[in-house]
Design a protein around this ligand. Sequence first.
Ligand SMILES: Nc1ncnc2c1ncn2[C@@H]1O[C@H](COP(=O)(O)OP(=O)(O)OP(=O)(O)O)[C@@H](O)[C@H]1O
Ligand SMILES: [Mg+2]
Length: 238
Amino acid sequence: MSGGAPTVIDLRDLTRTFHLGDEDVHALSGVSLSIARGEYVAIIGPSGSGKSTLMNLIGCLDTPTTGTYSLDGEEVSRLDDDSLAEIRNRKIGFVFQSFNLLARATAVENVALPLLYAGVSRSVRRGRAKKALERVGLGDRLTHRPEQLSGGQRQRVAIARALVNDPALLLADEPTGALDQATGREIIGLFERLNGDGVTLVMVTHDHNLAARARRRVEIVDGKIAADVQKEGSIAGP
Ligand SMILES: Nc1ncnc2c1ncn2[C@@H]1O[C@H](COP(=O)(O)OP(=O)(O)OP(=O)(O)O)[C@@H](O)[C@H]1O
Ligand SMILES: [Mg+2]
C-alpha cells in the first residue's frame, strides 16, 4: 500500500510496563509496527488495551521499557527528555481529545506556541500561525480565545497548532471524542484532506465508522497487535 514510500515509524518489539506499588502493569507487550510516509492509520481496540500508551510512545511523550523506535530514520527509544522534546517539536504534531489549548491565548497565539519553543521570530510565528489557521478553515477566527469558539473550532485550532511546524507525523488520540457526531465528521474530513496533501496520520478512535474510513486499521488488544488490515484503493466514503 505504501508503494515504497520511506518509513516514518518503525517499532520493534516494544514493551511498556508501568510500576504501581508492587504491581507491574504491562500496558504494551511486544508491539512491532511499521508506518510509511503518507499513510492513514486508525488505531482501535478496547478501553485499557494500550492505545494511548502506544500513541505516547510514537509521539515521543514517553519511552519504551524495552524495544526500539526509529522515527524518520532516527533511533529515539533511548533519548533523554530534552532530546525527545526537541524531536517532538520538530517532527510531531499531536492532537488530543481535550484540545489542550491555553484558555487566555488567542487562536493565533495558541497555534504559534510550538514556534516560540523552536526559537522562531515573532513576526514569522504570526505569519505561519495565520497560514495554519487558514489551512483548517479558521482564517476568520484568528483573535478568538478558546471560550469564544465552538468545540469543533477549538479542535481545528489544536490541529493548526499540530501542523504549524510542518511535522513528519500527525498523531491524534480520540480527536472526535469530545465532539458531537456531525462536528466529529467535519474534523475527520479535515484529517482526510490533510492526509491527501501528504501528511502521515495516525489516529486512535472508538468510532468504528471513522476507523473504517482509514486505509489501514491496527487493532490493539491486551497490549498486543491483534489485527493489522490494509484497505486497497482510496479512502472509502459512507
Ligand atoms: N501512567 C500509568 N501508570 C500506570 N498504569 C498505566 C499508566 N498509563 C496507563 N496505564 C495502564 O496501562 C493500560 C493501558 O492504558 P491506555 O491508556 O494505553 O489504554 P487505552 O487503550 O488508551 O484506553 P482508552 O480507550 O480507555 O483510552 C491500562 O491498564 C492502564 O491502566
Ligand atoms: Mg486512551
